[in-house]
Write a protein that binds this ligand. Structure first.
Ligand code: AMP
Ligand code: ZN
Length: 466
């Protein structure tokens, strides 16, 4: 199995630290708003990476954090006149809804920055003790020049960086390249007590601390979007390696951007669509398929045309599987596998190999999906109501299990019957009456996922299939 490592700029054989186990950390979202589909790209890609490792028999410890204290969260809280934690809790809940809709599995651990402050203080103290950090009037800085490997991930030279950097007048750094580990409390901001006075952590320290706590001092894979290479991941390396005295991460994986008109999709540029918006227009599986249909290190341009193409492609797989399910019901079950059909199964096995080869080659999901399409084509040509059950079963199983490795759902769920919908609506009304809004929302979401939209009117609840 080969993985492209940003650190060495090469594809390398994957050798885990501990046999049969993968320790993996994926930088998670800052929870101040709904996530946009650019944020969904790493979440989907690295979920597929995890699923593939698990398929290969590895036990994966998958950690992904929530950055729940940050300037953007505080700004939003002040705008709305609520606490920062109210904002972050709200958008963690919304993130979970998007995650579930996209069939992204829950991480083994989803630590929150605000619940790990003690660990951050402890690591900062270690860094100060070792001479890698210093305090000036309540702010603690990392002494970047004290870490001789600084720049090894982003291939930046500290002298070049410094030439372009300047110390702002109000800063008290020893050197322009030093970065903040702890900052003092400002009016209207959340703060925690620390040896340097009340304050809050800088952004980078949380990942070094959570990664060590949940995965150990050395991990196999650290991942995120390529915008995180510098400074975030470079700073994480400096903090972790300076504090622990060991190599931090073996394989650094970074996804390329999801773009619009060849520009990175981002909140600050305003050129974004939320996952929520897109999933109102398309089945969430279409978005997942769209992301996986190109290699994670290639930039991906978002457009309606490409989403339509993804929708049609996915539909081709779903229809083929549906057809095979139908054959299974009507087929003459006594028919034995013919010699010709045996050859078809051999061909299908080769296509499965092709899928695995593509995934072993730095998770090339685009080529892996191409192999699934060849299987679909084979099914369409070779299977019919006259086939043996063994053939139809084998081909159908292969298509479904390959899609399952990628987390793409292709088996149509049984549609809800009208009575089932009515009874769920009834339950939702009762939940609302007893002020159990969480359950009421859950039911609405469950129905939405099944393509049922509710409308609250004065005459009561109306529903329709979309
Ligand atoms: P943030 O909430 O901005 O920290 O982003 C969460 C994750 O989404 C990080 O791994 C980012 O690198 C990634 N990300 C943000 N924008 C994009 C984009 N347009 N394309 C791909 N990944 C992105
Ligand atoms: Zn991080």
């Amino acid at each position: 199995m080969k993985i492209y490592n940003t650190l060495t700029k090469k594809k390398e054989d994957f050798i885990p630290i501990e046999e049969g186990k993968v320790r993996m950390y994926v930088c998670g979202p800052t929870v101040y708003d709904y996530i946009h589909i650019g944020n969904a790209r790493p979440a989907i890609i690295f979920d597929a990476v995890r699923r593939y490792f698990e398929y290969k028999g590895y036990e994966v410890n998958y950690v992904s954090n929530f950055t729940d204290v940050d300037d953007k969260i505080i700004k939003r809280a002040n705008q709305e006149g609520v606490s920062a934690s109210e904002i972050s809790e709200r958008y963690i809940k919304e993130f979970i809804k998007d995650r579930d809709a996209l069939n992204i599995r829950e991480a083994t651990y989803h630590p929150k920055a605000t619940e790990e402050i003690d660990g951050m203080i402890e690591m900062i103290e270690t860094l100060i003790k070792k001479g890698h950090a210093y305090e000036k009037n309540g702010t603690v800085f990392f002494r970047t020049r004290s870490f001789s490997d600084y720049g090894k991930l982003s291939k930046k030279n500290i002298d070049d960086l410094e030439a372009g950097a300047r110390i702002a007048v109000d800063e008290e750094k020893e050197d322009p390249m030093d970065f903040v580990l702890w900052k003092p409390k400002k009016e209207g901001e959340p703060a925690w007590p620390s040896p340097w006075g009340e304050g809050r952590p800088g952004w980078h320290i949380e990942c070094s601390v959570m990664s060590r706590k949940y995965l150990g001092e050395q991990i196999d894979i650290h991942a995120g979007g390529e915008d995180l290479i510098f400074p975030h991941h470079e700073n994480e390396i400096a903090q972790s390696e300076a504090a622990n005295g060991k190599e931090f991460t073996r394989y650094w994986m970074h996804n390329a951007f999801l773009n619009i008109d060849n520009k990175k999709m981002s909140k600050s540029e305003g050129n974004f669509f939320t996952v929520r918006e897109i999933c109102q227009q398309y089945d969430p599986q279409v978005l997942r398929f769209f992301m996986l249909n190109s290699h994670y290190r290639s930039p991906l341009n978002f457009s309606r045309d490409l989403m339509e193409a993804a929708k049609n492609s996915l539909e081709r797989i779903v229809t083929a599987v549906d057809q095979l399910e139908y054959y299974k019901e009507i087929i003459n079950k006594d028919k034995v596998l013919s010699e010709e059909e045996g050859k078809v199964i051999k061909e299908a096995e080769q296509l499965v190999e092709k899928f695995m080869d593509a995934m072993d080659d730095d998770f090339n999901t685009a080529d892996a999906i191409a192999a699934i399409f060849e299987l679909v084509k084979l099914a369409n040509i070779s299977c019919s109501a006259d086939s043996s059950l063994e053939l139809v079963d084998t081909i159908s199983d292969k298509i479904c299990s390959l899609c399952d490795i990628l987390g793409i759902i292709v088996k149509k769920e049984k549609e809800l019957l009208d009575e089932e919908i009515e009874s769920l609506i009834q339950e939702r009304q009762e939940a609302r009456k007893s002020k159990n809004f969480a359950r009421a929302d859950e039911i609405r979401e469950l129905l939405r996922q099944k393509g049922i939209v509710l409308e609250d009117t004065r005459e009561g609840v109306r529903w329709k299939r979309v």
